[in-house]
Design a binder for this molecule. Structure first.
Ligand code: FES
Length: 68
């Protein structure tokens, strides 16, 4: 997932990925370019539920830990 990429590359994003990809936070919230968003499978119901809690939600928002 994109969360794994950030971790594997020691990208220090304060608080990013707090739940380690277990879909129980929204700290991995990303806003994607539409062309990138459109290439992904749609978010699951569980991801959408957690996205609803994300700050600054946009139509192309996703959770980084769910993008594989
Ligand atoms: Fe918590 Fe993605 S890391 S939902």
């Amino acid at each position: 997932s994109l969360l794994d990429v950030a971790i594997d590359n020691n990208i220090d994003l304060e608080g990013f990925g707090a739940c380690e990809g277990t879909l129980s936070c929204s700290t991995c919230h990303l806003i994607l370019k539409k062309e990138n968003y459109d290439q992904l499978k749609p978010p699951s119901d569980e991801e959408n539920d957690m996205l609803d809690l994300a700050y600054g939600l946009e139509p192309t928002s996703r959770l980084g830990c769910q993008i594989i």
